[in-house]
Write a protein that binds this ligand. Structure first.
Ligand SMILES: Nc1ncnc2c1ncn2[C@@H]1O[C@H](COP(=O)(O)OP(=O)(O)O)[C@@H](O)[C@H]1O
Ligand SMILES: N[C@@H](CCC(=O)OP(=O)(O)O)C(=O)O
Length: 384
């Protein structure tokens, strides 16, 4: 635990130091009963322009396409729609959303850019680097990127899930100092405020641990997707990359200016002390592991205590099908994941060489790409 004063000190220092910032704004903030909330978008454009004018590099991750599409097609926000219909509503709403942003930012003399992403755009290293290069070029040109999930082409299994996680991935992609998540509540409460009248807001979260995770329910607003649970998960990911996060009320006027000038609003999440390297972060956070390797105790110790590569001799069994270069979990003898890493052999080959010394790889497979099944540079130990 840290004292209230310490928390406030960190908060102010980190807001002052933040040069590269990702702001995520949720559907419930961006819409009202008439459709897109022009007033909120006006204020957002004003605030984000102010941040850019102070020399900061800013990205907006904006939800609201489905909600805007619903309003345009006069579909009630609580009427359930199928995934297909949601995708069609996103296609309708996304252009309304961008048109509104274009007009709002133009009033501040700002140029914006639209980037629509799917999970595979960040899971494939070359695409990931292209996204990064585009964002850095836009920064150089002082253009403000506005990112949303490309809902129309995202299939269920390969979705980011929600824009809170997309925002966190973007933070790690560009090594942002801060993730600001604007939503329809004033911050994180000790319980879901829509159900628990005793719930009180928290100002500082030093670490997203089990106690914090238990405070959030699975509830979302009528328009939201991820709820507070995904915001916490996003804050945890950002913290692991060395960034801080903020969750606060998006409908309040001048919220960003007020935050940066030291007003005590919302919940602030401190960064983790240890910053994982960018490539390892990509492995741990973006890739979806395809299979599992069960390791013996010696191999577990080599990975956990000594940071060594994984050799075939330490593998006891292989679960699932995967190809060369894919992400695979390493588990201990009880099946608990201890690490995730990129594998040098496909599942068929790994089954053939497991339990054997590396010098036998060539005689078993007829070739030897590498003596390790996973190189230590490609292994990320999972904190338990
Ligand atoms: N502990 C908590 N503190 C604050 N809000 C919570 C908590 N647990 C659940 N929630 C719910 O999370 C909602 C915000 O998430 P969501 O609807 O996904 O918003 P957005 O559209 O901004 O992403 C709140 O309206 C609130 O009902
Ligand atoms: N991509 C979707 C947003 C999905 C989402 O995460 O919504 P929210 O929980 O409101 O941030 C859209 O633009 O409607």
């Amino acid at each position: 635990m840290i004292s209230r004063d310490e928390g406030l000190y960190y908060r102010q220092t980190l807001f002052d130091k933040a040069r590269r910032i990702v702001v995520k704004v949720g559907s419930a903030v961006l819409t009202n009963e008439n459709g897109l909330d022009q007033h909120v978008i006006e204020h957002l454009a004003h605030d984000l322009s102010f941040l850019q004018d102070t020399g900061r590099e800013v990205i907006l991750v904006s939800s609201g396409a489905v909600a805007a599409g619903r309003r345009k097609m006069a579909t009630e926000s609580r009427t359930p729609v199928s995934m297909r219909e949601k995708q069609a509503l996103a296609a309708i709403g996304q252009s309304c959303l961008m048109q509104t942003y274009e007009e709002a930012f133009a009033r501040h003399g700002k140029t914006i850019a639209q980037i629509l992403l799917t999970h595979s755009d960040l899971a494939k290293r070359d695409r990931y680097l292209n996204v990064r290069n585009t964002l850095l070029t836009l920064f150089r040109w002082h253009v403000l990127p506005i990112i949303n999930e490309n809902d129309t082409v995202s299939v269920k299994e390969l979705r980011f899930g929600d824009n809170d996680m997309l925002g966190a991935y973007i933070c790690n992609l560009i090594e942002a100092d801060m993730f600001i998540c604007l939503t329809d509540v004033i911050g994180l409460y000790t319980g879901d405020p829509s159900r628990d009248p005793q719930a009180r807001p928290l100002y500082t979260v030093p670490e997203v641990n089990e106690e914090i995770e238990q405070m959030v329910g699975n509830v979302t607003s009528s328009l939201g997707t991820g709820g507070m649970r995904s915001k916490i998960k996003a804050a945890k990911l950002v913290a692991s990359g060395g960034g801080s996060s903020f969750i606060g009320p998006g409908k309040q006027n001048d919220i960003l200016r007020r935050l940066f000038s030291g007003e005590l609003i919302g919940t602030f999440f401190l960064p983790d002390k240890e910053r994982i390297k960018s490539r390892k972060r990509w492995i741990a956070s973006v890739l979806k592991p395809h299979g599992r390797l069960l390791l013996d105790d010696g191999a577990c110790r080599a990975l956990l205590d000594k940071g060594k590569s994984l050799l075939p001799s330490g593998i006891v069994s292989v679960e699932g099908e995967f190809g060369v270069g894919e992400a695979v979990y390493c588990t201990d003898s009880r099946g608990t994941p201890i690490a995730v890493g990129l594998i040098n052999y496909g599942s068929i080959e790994t089954r053939k060489i497991m339990g054997r010394h590396s010098r036998h790889i060539e005689e078993i497979l007829g070739y030897r790409d590498s003596e390790e099944v996973m190189h230590r540079d490609n292994i990320v130990v999972l904190h338990r």
